[in-house]
Write a new protein. Structure first.
Ligand SMILES: Nc1ncnc2c1ncn2[C@@H]1O[C@H](COP(=O)(O)OP(=O)(O)OP(=O)(O)O)[C@@H](O)[C@H]1O
Ligand SMILES: Nc1ncnc2c1ncn2[C@@H]1O[C@H](COP(=O)(O)OP(=O)(O)OP(=O)(O)O)[C@@H](O)[C@H]1O
Ligand SMILES: [Mg+2]
Ligand SMILES: [Mg+2]
Lengths: 237, 231, 379, 231, 379
């Protein structure tokens, strides 16, 4: 890591997309960026602990707010960068079919099996999934059948190995995983918007940080993000 | 501090249960493998040694995935055990115990092995001349002499189970009342802003349980030690 | 009946032992490092010999030719190790009783109380071995081996760190074991007194080889086999019969071909066979029957053989009506007294020269001699 | 299989460096604490024992947070060390080494302690009568006799460092070339679609390194064992 | 000069030892479990006594009253343990040289080559201790203690598992150590022969207490102190002078107040002081001067004291012109010969009764007697 590098603390699920964006930025004459991928929670606490991060990209709004409340994010630098969808997946050899709507028979689809999803209190995808199921009125019928995973990738694994007959994961993960098929897409209004916010840390002394955040909102970046299945929320600059 | 939610109480109970089972169930294997590694001379010993150490070397998440692949519902071992013995690990507390047992296994084996290697083999041959068959020699001489190592291995395994989280949650997920152990519950708290107090509370409970286990093991170990050498 | 014919390499030592011992107690005798412990380890089955054969009372324990090998725990040996090797995690009592678990009820001949009393370890039973004194450990080790009621007893310097009082309590027990239960015993010792008293046969080892082996009576007469320092301890071993007891003076009169012999009172009935060691250096020679001398035993005999030991001492073998005595005198006396083969002289032996270590009940040696067909027992 | 990206090579190199440093730096403390726990008689021994076991008992994430809080740039110990000694742990490879050292510490201490407890103290008193002061006795008698435990403790510490992830990534994050060790790199791969192959590749490298370390330690241990008892 | 006055509780044993020994070699003698090892552990500093004081040559090693305690490693003791306690991780050579590191150059008196040769362990130097035989271990342990060039040597049954040939190579070295380097030695042994030969002073222990202590000459005459089995070994210890050597017959003529005494040739110059142990059972009594007898030493003397041992044996003390001899005879002889105090008789002693174990150079005992102010040395 060179000294002038922009240090980006990003949610781990962004790795593929962000690596591509970083490469592109450098190729287009920007500086190099060094990304540290981990859980949003850990990254936020590290920034709180004085980490040398210039940019923070969180997987949900909560941890960004956590830092902003502590005045650790530069005022006005915060941008709602990316969006995502949550989907219901099943192992690829599954015959399950679902029409996701209010009061759909999720419990019946599960049978004896369990519904894999991220931790409903801790993992963003889990939180969105729970909200959606509540909104659709099926939470009560499946609450006892949830298998909460450490992160959304682990939930995906539970489905792809056939451990769980169904799971709720991000669309980005589901499309890229050959072991699962998408059974249904949750309506966007069934849960709070899925947002990946970005912000420059208050402690950043790197002049390129702002430029980097700006580049994340560029057309090229948009193309790269969308290639990984994200929706880009921020208007192209 | 102790006004826990029912789920948290469940996590405490489950953690103790999982820890004890992980410790107890891995003990015979731990002793057997330690014996094999300490005494055996066979092809593939290095390999066995390597495999035993794997859970230490691999990131816990990887161990969890590997468990999922082999002991899961569709995994070769998992489906075999299910079909012929009716043993199911996936999403059960038994799976958590399996994960903890495996994560603690290298620690247990190493402790027991160290003790076995320190045994004065002349005592074993003395027992042999008195008519004890190798099995009896093991039970009446070797085993009592390696008790310090066995106790150390057990406490390490239990303590590890109290802290194990990565492999467990990956393998059997985090189902309150079924597979949500203390570390999983703590993890959940650490992942939400403002969860620090809850995490701290559960952490202290976890520490308290481990402390009690430690103290008990130390008392036990001291007894053994006094018996073995008060010279 | 012990048959050993093995070859085994141990580091620099080439252990090559081949002997046959018909006796009930075979002593292994030899300097430090000569391979005694290694040999009994092989007999016990703790070391598998490179090649050879070992059989006890007709039972083959190991035979590399036929690839048979009885594992140690099936040999039913009682092994008293040179280092006690007590189990540190067991009390003295449990140590003592350890072998009993593995002994069929019917074959238990050693009685706990009897052995404990004989060894004087009753007050130690509840203790852990690690706090015992050296001699206490050794006694417990002896007890542990005995209480396994073994069919073969291997003792590696079992009495080395015991005081003589204790020794003389243990030795009669070993004698009874040897004579009554007929348990074959292999006994390593550096003490000629012990060996002469207990052994029916002696195997002298040196640098891993058997330098000599044979019945005690023969080996003890060959003063050349003994290390220079022990020569004074050598001499004749005679089997005698108790004629009667002199209760007034506390003496026992023993009958031998050579005549009567007065020794301190021994607790044997009249007619019983007794074995007596007479050290060469305890036998004086007189050319005329001495008068007014405190020595009570004066036996007439004829000089049968003369051998010079070194320039200064002479060993005489006296034929006393068939019994053979050995006497060691200075060359000065030899010349002064004009001794020669065939000359009639008197052997003079003090009664107090016989301490208990020189008197042992039972003509075990004779019994064995008969077994091997030899007839020199009352020669 | 071995066409690694520069970042991955960095991770491999860094992991070895971190593992070796964690092992080496914790060794003197490990021996000292093991000695204290095995031999010492002092108030608070149970407490010390408990503290040593903490990293085993706590979920690694918690340990990581605690490290962040105390050894971080703003933490009390971290700022003290920075100010007076210029030692900085936060977000440096040194921090990764610290995290690994702490996570492996209970394993190291336990192994060494078991060996110390198996030492025949009569040999130490024999050395004392020959004129050796307690320090010399320790260096010339105790230390050689506990080598098996020391080697076991070192390999456990190194192996743990090869697999340690939770505390490290929480404490010093996952910065390529600086704090991204193999387990962190593996973790990152598991978090993205299509990362399995990459994770597998790095896992195999990690296993290979640990295997080499294990085999070396076993050879070493066998030598020592032969010296100590070929009886 | 060794001063011991301690009290220490060890489990059931109440160790209460109080004695002062002016001699250079103090033997601890007593049955198994009587506290000998515990006592030298206290002297070495391995056990801190409950209370009491120990001083060697004026240097206080421990004194609970003044709370002084010299730690073991500062005492410069050479300790030969009952169990060898060799360092298993070091070669025999490194074991031997271990203590040397800690000995100031100027104080190293033990020569490596000399000690190794004397102990016959040259061929073992490269070996690891665990493969040594019992006796080999013991010899290395002796060597290790000696090569630390200690200022106080503690030996706990150092020769117990050695054969006599080896013993007789080591004993002269210990004698030289005792007499020439003046290193005080505390020596635990069960063998009266060893004790009589080496010790200047004897401390008899029983059940943790000192039953008797004093110069060897005195203690050895008190046959009642000896265990019954060892009584035959007791007797007089006399200090004599070499008068001349009889090269023809390989004998040495010693002068004593009682007359001349012929013993096997010893390698000491004329005029040298020699110490002779004469076992009570080797001394016969004759009422008239025997003729034609192989015994060369016939000393006239007067019966000074008569004591009955038991009903059957009688101990006589003979005053031979000032030298005191002890003789043990049967009561039968005693009565037959009409012996009584004051009667003039002859003491008859075979020359061959003196083996090397009974002859030791140097009048160490006398030197000590003078130190303690006693004057019975040539009594
Ligand atoms: N496993 C081994 N490897 C190499 N050398 C050995 C081994 N075992 C014994 N020796 C050597 O063989 C010799 C004989 O040993 P052994 O213990 O049989 O002697 P020993 O006659 O019992 O002597 P001691 O009377 O001193 O006990 C010794 O020199 C010993 O060092
Ligand atoms: N630490 C201890 N605690 C309790 N009892 C002890 C301890 N140490 C020794 N003893 C006992 O004290 C007695 C004396 O032991 P010690 O070793 O001094 O005897 P010893 O005279 O050397 O005997 P031996 O000739 O058999 O070696 C023994 O009965 C022993 O069991
Ligand atoms: Mg031996
Ligand atoms: Mg002792």
């Amino acid at each position: 890591r060179a000294d002038g590098d922009v240090v980006v603390f990003a949610a781990a699920s962004l790795k593929n997309a962000l690596d591509a964006v970083d490469t592109a930025w450098k190729a287009e004459g920007g500086k190099s960026a060094t990304a540290s991928y981990a859980a949003s929670s850990a990254l936020a606490k590290q920034i709180e602990g004085g980490a040398p991060a210039d940019v923070f990209i969180s997987a949900d709004l909560d941890w960004m707010k956590y830092l902003a409340d502590k005045k650790l994010i530069k005022d006005g630098s915060e941008v709602k960068l990316l969006g995502n969808r949550i989907v219901l997946v099943a192992p690829k050899d599954s015959a399950a079919k679902a029409d996701i709507a209010a009061n759909f028979d999720l419990a019946g689809l599960l049978g004896e099996g369990r519904l894999a999803m991220g931790d409903v209190k801790a993992v963003p995808a889990g939180k969105y999934g729970k909200a959606a199921l509540e909104k659709l009125g099926v939470w009560g019928s499946v609450e006892g059948k949830i298998a909460q995973a450490e992160n959304v990738r682990a939930a995906l694994k539970l489905v792809s190995t056939g451990e769980a007959p169904l799971g709720i994961v991000y669309q980005t993960d589901a499309t890229a995983e050959p072991g699962v098929k998408i059974v249904g897409l949750f309506p966007e209004d069934s849960h709070p918007p899925i947002v990946y916010p970005v912000g420059v840390t208050a402690g950043s002394k790197n002049a390129d940080a702002e430029a980097y955040v700006k580049y994340l909102q560029s057309a090229k970046a948009k193309e790269l993000f969308e290639a990984q299945g994200f929706t880009v929320l921020a208007p192209v600059q | 501090m102790l006004d826990l939610t029912p789920d948290e109480w469940n996590a405490v109970r489950l953690s103790i249960k999982v820890g004890l089972w992980a410790m107890a169930a891995s003990l015979p294997f731990g002793i057997a493998i330690a014996l094999l590694l300490a005494r055996g001379k066979f092809w593939g010993k290095s390999l066995l040694n390597g495999v035993v150490h794997l859970p230490l070397v691999l990131p816990p998440v990887v161990t969890g995935y590997l468990l999922l692949l082999s002991f899961g519902r569709r995994g070769p071992i998992g489906s075999f055990l299910d079909e012929y013995f009716g043993i199911v690990f996936s999403f059960r507390w038994t799976g958590a115990a399996l994960a903890c047992a495996i994560m603690g296994f290298p620690l247990m084996v190493r402790a027991i092995r160290l003790s076995i290697e320190a045994v004065d083999r002349r005592l074993e041959s003395a027992a042999g001349t008195l008519g004890a068959s190798p099995l009896w020699v093991f039970l009446t001489v070797t085993l009592p002499l390696i008790l310090p190592g066995v106790v150390a291995g057990m406490i390490l395994s239990f303590a590890k189970a109290m802290g194990e989280f990565g492999a467990t949650i990956t393998f059997v997920s985090n189902i309150p009342g079924e597979t949500q152990t203390l570390p999983s519950a703590i993890y959940t708290f650490t992942q939400v802003p403002g969860g620090d107090a809850g995490a701290m509370r559960l952490t202290l409970i976890s520490i308290a349980i481990s402390m009690i286990a430690l103290v008990v093991s130390e008392i036990f170990a001291r007894r053994i030690g006094q018996r073995l050498d008060a010279g | 009946m012990l048959l050993v014919d093995i070859h085994h390499r141990l580091g620099a030592l080439n252990l090559e032992a081949s002997f046959e011992s018909a006796g009930r107690l075979t002593a292994l005798f030899g300097p430090s490092g000569s391979g005694k412990t290694s040999l009994i380890n092989i007999i016990a089955g703790l070391i598998r010999p490179d090649n050879g054969r070992i059989a006890v009372d007709g039972r083959t324990l190991v035979d590399t030719a036929s690839r048979s090998f009885v594992p140690a725990h099936k040999r039913r040996v009682g092994f008293v190790f040179q280092d006690a090797r007590l189990f540190p995690h067991l009390s003295v009592r449990s140590n003592l009783l350890y072998g009993r678990w593995f002994t069929p009820q019917a074959e238990r001949y050693a009685e706990f109380e009897r052995v404990v009393e004989m060894l004087g370890i009753g007050h130690l039973l509840a203790r852990r071995p690690n706090l015992l004194s050296g001699g206490e450990k050794q006694r417990v080790a002896i007890g542990r081996a005995l209480l396994a009621s073994p069919r073969l007893l291997l003792m590696d310097e079992p009495l080395a760190s015991l005081d003589d009082a204790r020794k003389s309590e243990i030795m009669p027990y070993l004698e009874r074991l040897r004579d009554e239960t007929k348990i074959p015993i292999v006994y390593v010792s550096h003490s000629i007194a012990e060996v002469a008293r207990l052994a029916t046969d002696i195997v002298v080892m040196a640098e891993g080889k058997v330098a000599a082996s044979g019945p005690t009576i023969e080996i003890m007469q060959r003063l050349d086999l003994l290390p220079p320092e022990e020569v004074g301890e050598g001499g004749a071993v005679l089997d005698m019969t108790v004629l009667h007891h002199d209760e007034n003076f506390g003496m026992t009169v023993l009958g031998t071909a050579a005549g009567e012999m007065r020794v301190p009172r021994i607790a044997r009935p009249e007619g019983a066979a007794v074995r007596v060691r007479i050290r060469a250096r305890d036998v004086m020679i007189a050319t005329e029957r001495p008068k007014g001398l405190s020595a009570l035993n004066i036996l007439p005999g004829r000089i049968a053989e003369i051998s010079q030991v070194d320039g200064t001492q002479v060993d005489l073998k006296l034929d006393c009506h068939g019994d053979l005595l050995v006497s060691r005198i200075t060359r000065q006396s030899f010349e002064t007294l004009h001794l020669a083969v065939g000359r009639e002289v008197f052997a003079v032996i003090k009664t107090v020269a016989f301490d208990r270590a020189n008197l042992s009940p039972g003509g075990a040696a004779c019994a064995n001699q008969r077994l091997t067909g030899a007839s020199r027992c009352h020669l």
